[in-house]
Design a protein around this ligand. Structure first.
Ligand SMILES: Cc1cc2nc3c(=O)[nH]c(=O)nc-3n(C[C@H](O)[C@H](O)[C@H](O)COP(=O)(O)OP(=O)(O)OC[C@H]3O[C@@H](n4cnc5c(N)ncnc54)[C@H](O)[C@@H]3O)c2cc1C
Length: 501
């Protein structure tokens, strides 16, 4: 095993790791040796073809990491840039009310808001203009307005966006404002070493073991050859995301000391529902998301957002078979889509654990409250589609999955879609917002880190990713993750004299 010595090691290069790398670039410029170890490949912009089957390689498990009972699929990145390679760039600040609910001593919304402001400038967060409104966005807004449902514009981090439609397959012109094109290039220029295809397999006292594998074809060759390595470092920052960070600590024996490690994960369980419009609307072009409604957030526990996906994922989301599936897919050009995002509660029983092969397992069950939220959201989405002019809608939890107004036979959609008609494993639930597992808190018994992401009792080990969340963020999480990573970096820089000597 080759031994290598660094001052700082960052594990993972997504929203959290990429942001830490850019902040610690200042230390690299002073001559400190810093590296980012990333399990996934480093893809250049030419790699991003937006062809669905080819782009599955950007994701862990092809974008469908299953929950233990197979009822939910989780989507997260395994590439230099992490999940920011395929995120949509929907930008929300953590609401002040949620920060209060989190109740992490030492973490205030005043502190976070100043970091949000800085990050929004860095990532060019703007309100998209009318030009970004494709038919799906336009019709969603019109449908909501006809029904008196509040609708707001989403803020996006976009720059020179050519509106190619399938943002979640990576950006074909390389302009996505994620860590791959914003923070990591800055870090690399200052001397931070980016090491792709480098999977950390164990975390020990001030050192990690890692395996470097061959760079897949089309990806950039890193600085290290294939082999096993031990990296010694004065500071280690773990930023592997909810699954990566929790599972690495579990594998490395931290559970004995931190009984809640892996627990209290939240996922913003999500599903995409469809309406069939009488004319072609081609929503695979333009920007997939510019409107959302928070109308039912407080009372019912969900957001509705516009969205549009590529054919294979659409076929999966429809939850139809035979002639109904053929009918809906033949109308791909006519489909409208709405994404339902449920705010789930943090429960100790929902957790990342390890299987007998020491591999991570997402052990998560939908609560009755989340199922009720999904049913109500599908009822409201059906009304929006009909109000927008759709003839038929596809609601996987309804009495009849593909239905028209006539099929309702005078019933309200709320009584056509109920927890009784919600059949687990038939309703395709997904998540792209994994949170928690190494939550911040007061002590070892109920959390893993303090409010600065420092692992309790280890002044050389920090966590800087979505696993820090003590509960869900309610809103799309990337900006909050970057703000927490900014805090972690600030603490590391402020204590430099202590750990460097
Ligand atoms: C399709 C999609 C769309 C999304 N859209 C939005 C959006 O519009 N707005 C929003 O706010 N959020 C969005 N998200 C969510 C957002 O991207 C994530 O919440 C965020 O990137 C998580 O940051 P992270 O640092 O926790 O982990 P990630 O960004 O997932 O990065 C973790 C990285 O660590 C690496 N890693 C893990 N374990 C190891 C190990 N042992 N050794 C080395 N490397 C390791 C992984 O390969 C990965 O690259 C989206 C996510 C997806 C998948």
């Amino acid at each position: 095993m080759t031994q290598l010595n660094y001052d700082v090691i960052i594990i993972g290069s997504g929203a959290g790791g990429g942001t830490v790398a850019s902040r610690l670039a200042a230390l690299a410029s002073e001559g400190l040796k810093i590296a980012v170890l990333e399990a996934g490949p480093h893809f250049p912009k030419e790699y991003f073809t937006q062809r669905e089957i080819e782009m599955f390689d950007l994701f862990e498990s092809g974008g469908a990491f299953p929950s233990a009972d197979g009822s939910i699929t989780a989507s997260f990145g395994k590439a230099m840039g992490g999940s920011t390679v395929m995120y949509t760039g929907v930008t929300f600040r953590l609401p002040d009310s949620v920060c209060k609910e989190w109740a992490v001593e030492g973490l205030t919304s005043t502190d976070l808001n100043s970091r949000f402001e800085k990050l929004e400038k860095e990532l060019n967060v703007i309100e998209p203009d009318k030009d970004f409104e494709n038919d799906n966005n336009r019709l969603f807004k019109e449908g909501c307005e006809k029904l008196g449902i509040s609708v707001s514009k989403i803020l996006l981090n976009i720059k020179n966006c050519e509106q190619m439609g399938f943002c979640n397959l990576g950006c074909a012109n390389g302009n996505k404002q994620g860590t791959l094109s914003v923070q990591l290039p800055d870090a690399s220029q200052a001397g931070v070493e980016l090491i792709p295809n480098c999977k950390v397999t164990a975390l020990l006292e001030k050192r990690v073991r890692a395996v470097v594998s061959k760079a897949p074809s089309g990806s950039l060759q890193g600085t290290l050859n294939e082999g096993t390595y031990e990296f010694n470092a004065k500071i280690i920052i773990l930023a592997g995301g909810t699954v990566g960070s929790s599972s690495l600590l579990l594998k490395s024996g931290f559970k004995k000391e931190f009984p809640m490690l892996g627990s209290y994960i939240t996922i913003h369980p999500a599903m995409t529902v469809y309406g069939i419009y009488p004319q072609k609307i081609k929503n695979y072009k333009g920007f997939p998301k510019i409107y959302y409604s928070s109308e039912y957030s407080t009372a019912k526990g969900y957001y509705l957002e516009t969205a549009f996906y590529y054919p294979f994922i659409t076929a999966k989301n429809l939850s139809l078979w035979g002639k109904d599936l053929k009918h809906a897919m033949n109308n791909y050009n006519n489909l409208m889509a709405i994404l339902i995002l449920v705010h789930d509660d943090a429960l100790a029983s929902n957790r990342i654990k390890l299987n007998w092969k020491n591999e991570p397992v997402l052990d998560y069950k939908l609560s009755e409250k989340s199922i009720a939220a999904f049913c109500d959201a599908q009822a409201k989405a059906s009304k929006i589609f009909f109000a927008a002019g759709c003839n038929e809608v596809v609601m996987p939890a309804a009495e009849k999955t593909l239905f028209s107004k006539e099929d309702l036979k005078g019933k309200e959609t709320e009584s056509f879609i109920t927890p009784k008609t919600f059949i687990p494993n038939k309703v395709p639930i997904a998540t792209a917002h994994l949170q928690g597992g190494c939550r911040m808190g007061k002590d070892k018994n109920d959390s893993v880190t303090d409010c600065w992401g420092r692992v309790h009792g280890r002044d050389w080990l920090y966590i800087a990713d979505g696993s820090l969340f003590p509960q869900s963020s309610h809103v799309n999480p990337y900006l909050t993750i970057m703000a927490l990573a900014d805090r972690v970096s600030e603490k590391i820089i402020a204590t430099k004299d202590k750990w460097l000597n």
